[in-house]
Structure formats: structure tokens, C-alpha cells
Design a protein. Structure first.
Length: 739
């Protein structure tokens, strides 16, 4: 009833219930010339132009953008469009396959400039200028995977104040194919004439009634979840009556998987306090492992790195020797690279090395022996690896003064400027899995698909620095001498937490360290018990040792397509003090960000949250949503059929077709039922209305997301709540009462 009222729909509840017997209407893409041309082909015996064009573009782009995998690449000195045009002039494969000998000759007539070619194509195909935007969008969506890759390149270039035009060039390529297959005939009944009619009919049809009905059910489902969530948050019985001074504070990533572990860790003792903060811990860094040239971002995709860090053991000469050792080791390892670039590489490598490689294969498959999440130890001996730490020293930051400024920003964002416990854990997260080309989707989104180990260790070292602490004290942030920061990594596959650099912790904290290790282990045991049914391991919930062994086996199994469920079933982002949510079972569905508006009267911290973490959580939510409701278009299909493209660009499903986007079917479905409920994100913020309104009005992107209902915003005020809708606030309790 509430969904009907919100959309001013004429349907009744009875009518909506009756529609549950019908499936939703399948969306039909806007027709292109190639679609109508395929209607007159015998598709049982002849390949379709639509599929052939997509395959040709995808194969070309895979070779063009490759840097790690292909043995042959197009001329990369030329821009994308120019290289494709030159290749097509001399490539007769499509001409032979499609019995279209005119293709290479026509390719020579295409304009050399991609923007001019787009203009000429619009004129050749007779597109009404009023429809240019819709038409060009429809064309680009036929290669949406590669369009996404090109859009990403442009995004990255603009973060560094640059520009990238490959998206325009890709559009010129796909649009040129419409021209290449155009026979030039324009009489009544011609392919072009029938296509024009189909185009008009498509847009005149508009949204179907059936689609609107199912959108009502979508909103009703979201309202149901929101009622349950707000019922928990506004239940005063859930709020602790008294606060206990913490002996341990643990900062976790806002990731939904952290909610489960945090809840069980806090259950170990009232003296444990957990907080939620983006897993990059506010560090604007990129990371290069010592002795390599591999630089990777360790911060959200919204941002560009400002600092480049590497490892150090604290002694320059030893660092130099370790770097040389690693360079030598890696050069030996990657002399085998030719084996990795051919289709049967794994078999060729094993056959060549013979039984000498069997031991490694067996060892890597045994429970408990796989590489733990966050391993960057390739080419190093164990002692060397243990001596190195990601370092954010004064030489990198610009001196102690800049280190202090950075530390203050981070502590303020974490709401950790006062009341520090004896132990403060900074716990990043990562996923342990094998043979998984989509593992970045299981690691830390705030760290750009890496683990949070580098960030937590670098920040820990910074905050334990006596000079930095003195500088913070001069600015009013007093960290007690008894407080020690300790870095950790939450393995989200096994729910184990590994603590780093504990040899740096003084003996005065040995007992504290031993106790928290036991509490972390017990919390992990309970978290695994809670997650077991979703992993098909419900029969082991009362057998902790067997359950742990089974989960570790999944983590190291090369054939396991579902080592964990990642962020599946995410539904909410809660920005509030932990007192609002402590003790509440949020079922691993909520991102949790620590925020206390009393310490942020101007709303500057909230503005950062609503323009960065809120956007990223929305991205994640939409990735899972779209991959569930339409995996064919917005997911990446069957993981068992995936082939890696370009070493790390993405995947094909099979040996061709478009570059796949989104999540594999196995990431959202267990083979029997969906593991993700596709709900738009509900953002819950505990802050004054005036502050939230000011932020919304200041940032058009935030306002657009809310006004167009890409996500929902609910404001908490004491025991009341209000929903932001149609640029105004509606009391949530009033909505329920009217229903």
C-alpha cells in the first residue's frame, strides 16, 4: 500500500498479488540496423551480424589494450580507432565468415578522424538530430563491457588532470560497423526503411504496464526491509545503558562482512569497542613492493594517490640488498612467462617441469597451506619478508609536520581524537582464495580491490611514532604513552585475524596482546558458525574445528567458485555512533561508518562521508543489484567459462563476445537460490537535518542520486526517523501510521 501511494499508482493490492504469477517483461534493446539485417538471415546456418561485430571489436580491443598476456598486439603507436581501421583494411576474416567481400574496401573509405567519422555516420544513416543522443547510447551499449573499460580509463586520466578519448574512439568503431553493413538502399521495405520504423515503434511503446507493476513490488520489498531495519535502530532496548571505558579499540573497514565479526568480537567483553571507517584508513597512497616496479593504488577509485610508499626494514643498506635479492628471484621466476601466455599454459608448465612441480601443486591444494590474504612475499625469503614494513616516513610525506597533519586528519575521521585504549587495532581486510580472476571483488573496495594490510601497517607505524605524537599533542590530540597501535588483517574467507609487527609492541602490553588474540580467535569461531549455513556447512556449526578446516579447504580449493559470499545481500549504510548499532544483529547486510555529529558541528566530516564512502557503497550495492536482476547484461555469466583478458583487464565468458562486467552468476546464486536480495541501498544518518540538507544542496551528484531514487536516505533524530523523498523529509512513523 505504501509503495502504491508513493508512486501515485492506480493499482490495488489485489491486482499486484495477482501479477506475482507473471514474470517481469524482458527489456528489449533499442534496434540497430544490424538487428533488422539479421532478421533476413538464416541464423540457424549463418552467423548473426550483431554477434560477429561484437566478437570482432572485442577481440581487437583485447589485443590492443593488453599489456601482459598476448603474443600479438595491434599497432599501439596509433590511437584505438586508427589502429582498428588499419587492421580492418587488411583483415579478411570477417569478410570470409559473413560472405561480405566489400568490408576491407569499405574500411578504406572510413574517415581517419573518429569524431568526423561519427558525424558522417549519423548523416549516412539518416538519424534525426533529435535522436542522436539516444542512438549513440544504444550503439555504445552493444559493446558495454569495453565501453566500461574505456570510461574507466577516462576516469583515471581525469583524476590526474588529464584526458582519454578511447571511449569516443570505441563509439566510432561500433558506429562504423553500422555503416560498413549498410547496403545504401532507402526504398520502402528496404532494411534501412524497416529499421527506421522499428526504431520509432520502440520509443513510442514506452514502459510497459507489467514493468511498472514489478517496480511497485521492488519498492514494496525495500519498504519491508527499511521497516525492519529502523525498528531495530529505534528500539531503545538495544542501546547500552552504561558505557565502559574500553581497554581495546578495534577499527574495522565499513565492509558488511566486518559487521558480523565486530558483533562477535564485542560480545567477548564490554571492554572492547569497535569502530567503522573506510578500509584505506584515510591514507592517499599507492604502494610499490620493495624491489619491484609494480605500483598499485591503495585508496578508493574516486581518489588519486598523493603519496607513493614502499617497504623498509629501517636500514637503507639492508633495504638495498633485499631489493636486489627480490629482483634476481623474480627474474628467474618470470623467465617462465612464455608458458603463461599460451592457452594450455598450466599443462605445458607442469609437463615441462615434470615431477619437480608436483610437490608445489599438492602443497598449494592442502588445507591451511594456501597463501593468506594480503601476501606480497613473492621472491623473498621468510625472514626478509618479516623484516619489511610498508613505511610512511617523513621523506615521503614531506617531513614530520606533514605526517602530523595526515595523522590528525585520519584520527579525526575515525572519531579517535580522545579516549584512547591501551591497545588500538587497525584491522584491514582481504579475501583468501585461489585461481580466482575476480578476487579483487572480494578484497577491500576502499583499497581499490587490494587488501588493507599495507594501509593498516603504514598508519600504525605513523601513529606509534613519538615525534608524530608530540606534534599531535601540540594540536590538542593527546595520545597516552600507554596506548599502542597494532595493525591487523581480517581474512574474510576464514574469519581469522592476523596481527602484524607485534615484535614492536613493548613487553608492558604482552598480556593485553595475548588476551585480544584469544578474543579475536573466539570471535572468529562464532562468525564462522554464523556464516556456515550460507556456505552449505550448516552440519558443522557445532563442530568448530571441523568447520574451520572445511572453510580453509574452500579457501585453498582451485575449483571453488564460491570461496565466500563477499558483499552479497548488502542493503544499508549506517552513519552513526556505534552505540546506535551495538548488540544489534544486522545480519551482515550493513556498511557501518563511525560518526558522531556532536564532534562535527559544521558537518565537514559528514560531507566527506556523503561524497565518498556513501558513493562507493552505492556503487557496490548497484553492482550486486544489477548482477542479480540481469546477469546476462550487467553481470559476467558463468565463472567456470571465464577466460582472463589482457592479463588483468577483465574476462570473456567463453572465448569471445563483449568484455563482461559485474559479478559472476556464482557470486550471487548458490545453484539453488539467490544469495543477494536486489534492494537499493538505504543510507541511515544520525545527524541534524539542516547539516544534511546543506550537503545535499551543495553537491548535485548526491542530490541526483537521491531525487532519482538510486538510493534512499533516512535521518535519525533521537527515537524518530524521516525519509528523504521528492526533495523533502517525511516522518517515517507517520508513513507507517497512514498505511
Amino acid at each position: 500500500q505504501q509503495a502504491i501511494r508513493e508512486r501515485s499508482a492506480s493499482a490495488t493490492v489485489k491486482q499486484l498479488v495477482e501479477t506475482l504469477e507473471d514474470g517481469p517483461d524482458s527489456p528489449i534493446p533499442a534496434p540497430l540496423y544490424c538487428d533488422i539485417l539479421d532478421q533476413q538471415r538464416d541464423l540457424l546456418h549463418e552467423p548473426a551480424w550483431c554477434d560477429t561485430i561484437t566478437h570482432q571489436i572485442a577481440q581487437f580491443c583485447a589485443a590492443y589494450f593488453d599489456r601482459d598476456q598476448a603474443d600479438w598486439r595491434p599497432d599501439q603507436q596509433q590511437a584505438l580507432y586508427a589502429s582498428w581501421r588499419h587492421t580492418l583494411m587488411h583483415d579478411h576474416s570477417v569478410a570470409l565468415l559473413m560472405k561480405a567481400s566489400q568490408i576491407p574496401g569499405k574500411a578504406k573509405t572510413l574517415c581517419a578522424d573518429p569524431a568526423e567519422q561519427i558525424q558522417l555516420a549519423l548523416e549516412q544513416l539518416g538519424i534525426d538530430p533529435a535522436h542522436w543522443q539516444s542512438y549513440l547510447e544504444a550503439v555504445l551499449l552493444r559493446v558495454s563491457g569495453w565501453a566500461a573499460w574505456c570510461a574507466y580509463r577516462r576516469w583515471q586520466a581525469r583524476l590526474e588532470q588529464g584526458e582519454d578519448d578511447t571511449l569516443i574512439e570505441l563509439l566510432a568503431i561500433r558506429l562504423s560497423w553500422e555503416c560498413l553493413i549498410d547496403d545504401g538502399k532507402r526504398f520502402q521495405g528496404s532494411v534501412w526503411n524497416r529499421w527506421q520504423s522499428a526504431w520509432r515503434e520502440h520509443f513510442q511503446a514506452g514502459d510497459s504496464t507489467g514493468q511498472q507493476v514489478h517496480l511497485l513490488w521492488q519498492r514494496a520489498h525495500e519498504i519491508s526491509y527499511q521497516q525492519t531495519l529502523l525498528g531495530k535502530l529505534l528500539n531503545t532496548d538495544n542501546i547500552p545503558l552504561e558505557t565502559v571505558e574500553p581497554k581495546v579499540q578495534a577499527v574495522f573497514c565499513i565492509d558488511v562482512r566486518s559487521e558480523v565479526f565486530r558483533r562477535h568480537l564485542e560480545a567477548q567483553s564490554q571492554e572492547i569497542q569497535t569502530l567503522g571507517f573506510a578500509g584505506f584508513f584515510g591514507l592517499p597512497i599507492s604502494y610499490t613492493p620493495l624491489g619491484t616496479a609494480a605500483e598499485r593504488p591503495q585508496l578508493p577509485g574516486l581518489l588519486a594517490p598523493a603519496l607513493a610508499i614502499t617497504d623498509s626494514c629501517g636500514h637503507q643498506e639492508t633495504d638495498r640488498k633485499i631489493a636486489l635479492q627480490r629482483t634476481t628471484s623474480l627474474s628467474k621466476i618470470f623467465n617462465w612467462k612464455p608458458f603463461q601466455t599460451v592457452p594450455a599454459s598450466a599443462f605445458t608448465l607442469v609437463e615441462t617441469l615434470g615431477l619437480g612441480y608436483a610437490g608445489k601443486l599438492i602443497k598449494r591444494s592442502l588445507p591451511g597451506t594456501g597463501a593468506a590474504a594480503g601476501s606480497d612475499n613473492l621472491g623473498l625469503k621468510r625472514a626478509q619478508s618479516e623484516s619489511l614494513r610498508p613505511t610512511l616516513d617523513g621523506a615521503i610525506t614531506g617531513g614530520v609536520g606533514e605526517q602530523v597533519t595526515l595523522a590528525k586528519q585520519v584520527l579525526t575521521g575515525m572519531n579517535l581524537t580522545q579516549g584512547h585504549a591501551r591497545l588500538v587495532l587497525l584491522v584491514g581486510h582481504g579475501s583468501q582464495n585461489q585461481n580466482n580472476p575476480q578476487r579483487a571483488g572480494l578484497d577491500c573496495g576502499a583499497c581499490c580491490g587490494q587488501t588493507g594490510e599495507v594501509n593498516s601497517r603504514a598508519l600504525t607505524q605513523l601513529l606509534n611514532n613519538p615525534e608524530v605524537r608530540q606534534g599531535l599533542a601540540d594540536q590538542g590530540i593527546h595520545i597516552p604513552e600507554s596506548t599502542r597501535f597494532v595493525a591487523g588483517l581480517h581474512n574474510t574467507t576464514t574469519d581469522e585475524v592476523n596481527l602484524f609487527d607485534v615484535n614492536q609492541v613493548p613487553d608492558t602490553h604482552a598480556a593485553d596482546l595475548e588476551l585480544i588474540r584469544l578474543q579475536l580467535a573466539d570471535a572468529g569461531k562464532e562468525a564462522r558458525r554464523e556464516r556456515a549455513p550460507a556456505l552449505g556447512l550448516a552440519h558443522l556449526t557445532e563442530k568448530p574445528a571441523a568447520l574451520n578446516k572445511a572453510i580453509r579447504k574452500r579457501a585453498n580449493d582451485w575449483a571453488q567458485t564460491r570461496p565466500e559470499w563477499g558483499l552479497a545481500n548488502n542493503a544499508a549504510f549506517i552513519v552513526a555512533p556505534r552505540s546506535r548499532t551495538r548488540g544489534i544483529n544486522l545480519q551482515g547486510r550493513s556498511f557501518l561508518h563511525e560518526y558522531d555529529h556532536r564532534h562535527d558541528p559544521e558537518g565537514s566530516l559528514l560531507e566527506q562521508i556523503m561524497t565518498a564512502p556513501m558513493i562507493v557503497t552505492h556503487w557496490i550495492n548497484m553492482q550486486y543489484h544489477a548482477s542479480t536482476v540481469d546477469n546476462k547484461r550487467y553481470g559476467s555469466g558463468n565463472k567456470t567459462l571465464h577466460n582472463v583478458v589482457g592479463g588483468r583487464l577483465g574476462v570473456f565468458e567463453g572465448n569471445g563476445g563483449d568484455l563482461r562486467i559485474g559479478l559472476a552468476w556464482q557470486s550471487v546464486h548458490d545453484g539453488e537460490q539467490w544469495r543477494h536480495e536486489p534492494l537499493r541501498l538505504t543510507v541511515v544518518i544520525d545527524a541534524p537535518q539542516a547539516v544534511i540538507d546543506r550537503i545535499i544542496d551543495k553537491h548535485p551528484m548526491v542530490k541526483a542520486l537521491l531525487d532519482n531514487q538510486w538510493l534512499y536516505l533516512v535521518r535519525l533524530a533521537g527515537n524518530d526517523s524521516a525519509l528523504y523523498r521528492n526533495s523533502s523529509w517525511q516522518t517515517w512513523q507517520h508513513i507507517i501510521e497512514k498505511t
